[in-house]
Design a protein around this ligand. Structure first.
Ligand SMILES: Cc1ncc(COP(=O)(O)O)c(C=O)c1O
Length: 391
C-alpha cells in the first residue's frame, strides 16, 4: 500500500527508546541535542509576532514566487551579508526543507541524483528519498579544518547528478564554504552542467572571528540556489518562512524561475500573513539573532574551558553554526557512550555516526541550550569520559 518514498522501518533506535524511557520515569534530561531556539530561554520580544495580524493579510492575492513586499525584504536582508541580490531572483517557501523539495522537483526526475556532503545534515536522506532522488555522498575531509574533497566530488559527478549541495556553515561540522573550494566547484560544474544548491541557513552565525566564508551567490558562472529561512536567521522555526535566491547566467536564471513558478503555483504554500509580516520580522528579528549569537559564543567559551582541563577531549575548530564537534577517546562505541551518558548522567548528545562521520569517536553538542543546562551537561560529559579512562 505504501510508496517506496516512505521508509519502512519506523522502529525507534536504542537512543530514542532510552530517552523515551527516561522521560516516562520523569528522570532529569540534560539535552545537548536541542536545536529548537524557542525552547532554550532566549528572550523573544513578547510582541514580535504582532505583525502577523496586519489587516493587509485579509486579502488573498497570491503570487507563486511570493508577494513583492516579502521578496524585497529578503533581498534587502542579503545586504547585511554584503550580497547584492535582486528581488526578482528570490522565491519564498514555507521552510528551507520545503525549498529543497521544490527545487528537487524542478531539477530532477525519479532516479536522478544529487551530491550531498558527508558528514552533514541527516534530513537529506529523507528530503531526497521523498522526491525519488538518490543522495550520493561526497566527502568533507578534516585536516585541521574541513575542506571539500574536490577530486572525490569530481569522480562522483555522473550524468545522473543534477545538483551538488553545499551547507555553509555545515551542520554539524561548523565549516564554511571556503572561496577556493567554491571556485574549484564552479569550474567543475560549469563543464558538467549540474547546479549548485547552497544551504546557507546558518550563515548569520559566524563564530570564528574571520571566517573565510563565500556564498554560492558570489558567482554567476553556474546556476546556484542559496537557501535561507526565518527558522535560523531570526530563530522563528514556527513562523514557517523560507526562501531561495538564485544566481547564475541571466538566461538560465530566467528559465529556471519560469519553470519553478509552475511548481510553486501548484502549492501556493506560503501564508499571506507571514509574507506581509516578513519585512518587520526580518528587521525586528535582529534582536533574537543577536541573543542566539551571544548564547552560542558564551556556550562555546564554556565548552572550550571545560575541555581544556585535561588532554582526553578536544574540540574541532568551529567556524560557525549552532553546534560543536567534540573528539573523545575510543574506549567504547559511540552508541555505547551515548547510552551510558544518558543512563548514568542524564546527558544526551548526538553520536558522530548520526551525521555520517567516517570514523569514531565524536560527539556533537548543540551550543544553544540554556547555560544552566549546558554547563551541567558538559561537566557530565567531560567527567564521564575522564572517568572511563580512569582519570
Ligand atoms: C543544514 C540545515 N538545513 C535546513 C534546515 C531546515 O530548516 P527549516 O526549518 O527552514 O526547514 C536545518 C534545520 O536544522 C538544517 O540544519
Amino acid at each position: 500500500m505504501l510508496s517506496s518514498r516512505v521508509p519502512r522501518d519506523l522502529t525507534l533506535n536504542a537512543t530514542a527508546r532510552a530517552v523515551a524511557a527516561l522521560r516516562r520515569r520523569g528522570g532529569p534530561l540534560l539535552d545537548l541535542t536541542e536545536s529548537n531556539p524557542t525552547r532554550v530561554g532566549i528572550a523573544y520580544p513578547p510582541d514580535l509576532l504582532t505583525s502577523l495580524a496586519d489587516p493587509r493579510a485579509l486579502v488573498y492575492d497570491p503570487d507563486p514566487l511570493g508577494l513583492s513586499v516579502a521578496r524585497d525584504a529578503v533581498a534587502r536582508d542579503y545586504a547585511r551579508r554584503g550580497l547584492s541580490v535582486d528581488a526578482s531572483t528570490v522565491a519564498l517557501t514555507a521552510s528551507t526543507s520545503e525549498a529543497y523539495a521544490l527545487v528537487f522537483k524542478l531539477l530532477c526526475d525519479a532516479g536522478d541524483a544529487v551530491l550531498v556532503p558527508r558528514p552533514s545534515y541527516p534530513l537529506f536522506d529523507y528530503l531526497t528519498r521523498l522526491e525519488l532522488v538518490d543522495a550520493i555522498p561526497y566527502p568533507l575531509e578534516y585536516h585541521g579544518s574541513w575542506r571539500i574533497d574536490v577530486d572525490e566530488l569530481r569522480r562522483r559527478l555522473t550524468p545522473r547528478v543534477k545538483a551538488v549541495l553545499v551547507v555553509s556553515p555545515n551542520n554539524p561540522t561548523g565549516s564554511f564554504l571556503h572561496g577556493d573550494d567554491l571556485d574549484l566547484m564552479v569550474s567543475i560544474l560549469s563543464e558538467h552542467g549540474a547546479v549548485l544548491i547552497g544551504d546557507e541557513v546558518f550563515a548569520d552565525y559566524g563564530l570564528d572571528p574571520a571566517p573565510h566564508a563565500r556564498s554560492v551567490l558570489s558567482q554567476q558562472a553556474v546556476p546556484a540556489f542559496a537557501l535561507g529561512g526565518l527558522s535560523k536567521s531570526v530563530g522563528l522555526p514556527q513562523v514557517k518562512l523560507g526562501w531561495f535566491a538564485l544566481a547564475g547566467p541571466a538566461h538560465v536564471v530566467r528559465d529556471l524561475l519560469n519553470a519553478y513558478e509552475v511548481i510553486a503555483d501548484t502549492y501556493l504554500s506560503v501564508s499571506t500573513p507571514v509574507q506581509v509580516a516578513a519585512p518587520v520580522l526580518l528587521e525586528r528579528g535582529r534582536v533574537v539573532r543577536t541573543a542566539i549569537q551571544e548564547r552560542l559564543t558564551r556556550n562555546l567559551g564554556t565548552l572550550r574551558a571545560l575541555v581544556a582541563e585535561g588532554p582526553e577531549l578536544s574540540i574541532l575548530p568551529v567556524e560557525g553554526g549552532w553546534s560543536a564537534v567534540v573528539h573523545v577517546p575510543t574506549t567504547q562505541t559511540e552508541e555505547e557512550l551515548v547510552l551510558q551518558l544518558l543512563a548514568e548522567r542524564g546527558v544526551l548528545v548526538h553520536p558522530g555516526y548520526f551525521f555520517d562521520f567516517p570514523r569514531e569517536s565524536f560527539v556533537i553538542v548543540s551550543l544553544l541550550p540554556h547555560p544552566n543546562v549546558f554547563d551541567q551537561a558538559i561537566a557530565g560529559l567531560t567527567a564521564h569520559v575522564r572517568g572511563a579512562l580512569g582519570g
